[in-house]
Design a protein around this ligand. Structure first.
Ligand SMILES: [Ca+2]
Length: 419
């Protein structure tokens, strides 16, 4: 028989007062014979209490009596529990008649427990670099559901755990752990906490490792950072699960992880400015050619600047920037606190503030090998003219945010009057 989506709870049987009425002989649930499957149900808090009769089996049988019993004590009689709970049954001995077991808090004799299983690993096959975080989503389940999983594990490297990155989540304690290099002993943290656990092979970032319930499944998103010692063309990645009855599955190899040498970035640097010294009148456009370079290739450059200023600072300057990723030129406001206007190089647009203008049509950008060359076409305004030379500075930043900071590359005297 099958009991599905039921709540068999709080039933009471009390023994009778005479003859075969017995002392508690009988049960709150009685004679559910044969092979019984209980799905999505709760069977608990059922009680049998002793009567005052004379039967020899006073309270000898369980609060649940003959559950999964065929009447002939056949070993084929079984109870299968699927996503169900049988607990806290009071009085008597067993769920299955005359097969002694402690009912209290327990699953009975002959009740078949679910087995855990490892469902899926995403990605199963991946390549990443030492020092860079790699996330793995592991899906675990148990025939009795999420709540009967006790611990789930992810093991990258040897299945013995020696020289591996072996991490574990204890669902009961809500703790993440990493094993040491020898595959024994653990250090622990709570998922989401700002803690990084590590051994010689790698790190587990607890802050970026999350755990969630998904239907019957338990999903752990591990955030793992392999170390240089773990670099390998092929490290197996495996999963393991253990349920609350200490039935375990795994490690089951789910895929393969290639770990490359750490990503290395070389910082960018400033090249030449041409001309580096200039004297010219206001309102007349001039072109300054600035070269910015990055040994990782010009495409590794994120942003370059050129700034014409009185003191080297950003206020009351002609401060221009080119964002290579966005292919966008910009000019800063007079205070030097924010971008004021932007354009695409080659477009018929003039960007300007009170000190000067940048001509987007005549400003050209070329990239070749390690060098990014920008021909900045700038027209200073009368308000920016004086006999004191202006400073022309530059900086460059790459996609890893490595910076060659503000450096004075030239000077420009903007004559106050045209002679
Ligand atoms: Ca670089």
């Amino acid at each position: 028989m099958t009991i599905a989506e039921s709540n068999l709870q709080g039933n009471v049987a009390t023994g009778g007062s005479g003859g075969m009425g017995g002392s508690g002989f009988g049960a709150a649930l009685f004679n559910l014979n044969g092979s019984v499957t209980i799905i999505d149900s709760t069977v608990k808090d059922n009680v049998v209490t002793g009567g005052t009769g004379t039967a020899e089996n006073g309270m000898a049988d369980g609060a649940i009596y003959n559950l999964g019993y065929d009447g002939n004590l056949s070993p084929e009689a079984t109870v299968s529990l699927i996503r169900s709970t049988i607990t806290n049954t009071v009085g008597g001995k067993s769920i299955v008649h005359k097969r002694p077991a402690i009912v209290s808090g327990g699953l009975s004799n002959n009740a078949t427990l679910g087995e855990p299983s490892v469902v899926r690993l995403t990605p199963a096959s991946v390549t990443s670099a030492a020092g860079s975080a790699q996330s793995f989503a592991s899906v675990y389940t148990d025939a009795n559901g999420y709540s009967t999983l006790k611990t789930v594990e992810f093991i990258a490297g040897p299945g013995s755990g020696v020289g591996a990155i072996w991490v574990k989540f204890d669902r009961i304690k809500n703790l993440l752990s990493i094993y040491n290099d020898a595959g024994v002993g653990v250090k622990s943290c709570t998922p989401g906490s700002a803690v990084i656990l590590q051994n010689s092979q790698g790190k587990l970032n607890c802050g970026k490792t999350s755990v969630k319930k998904s239907g019957m499944d338990l999903v752990v998103n591990w955030s793992i950072i392999p170390k240089a010692a773990f670099v390998s063309p092929s490290q197996p990645v495996a999963m393991r699960a253990t349920n609350t009855s200490d039935v375990a599955v795994g490690p089951v190899v789910m895929g393969n992880w290639t770990i490359l040498e750490a990503n290395t970035n070389t910082p960018p640097s400033l090249g030449s400015l041409t001309p580096d010294t200039l004297t010219s009148p206001f309102d007349v456009p001039q072109t300054f050619t600035a070269i910015y370079s990055d040994p990782d290739g010009y495409a590794n450059i994120k942003k370059v600047d050129l700034r014409v200023s009185r003191t080297g600072g950003g206020a009351k300057a002609i401060w221009m920037t080119y964002d290579r990723n966005k292919d966008q030129l910009s000019i800063y406001n007079n205070a030097g606190t924010a971008v004021l206007q932007s354009c695409t190089p080659g477009s018929a647009v003039i960007l300007q503030n009170s000190q000067g203008k940048l001509d987007c049509l005549l400003t050209t950008i070329t990239g070749l090998d390690d060098e990014l060359t920008v021909n900045w076409n700038i027209t200073p305004k009368a308000a920016f003219a004086s006999s004191t030379p202006k400073q022309v500075g530059a900086r460059v930043k790459d996609n890893s945010n490595a910076l060659d900071g503000w450096t004075l590359l030239g000077s420009w005297t903007i004559e106050p009057t045209i002679e």
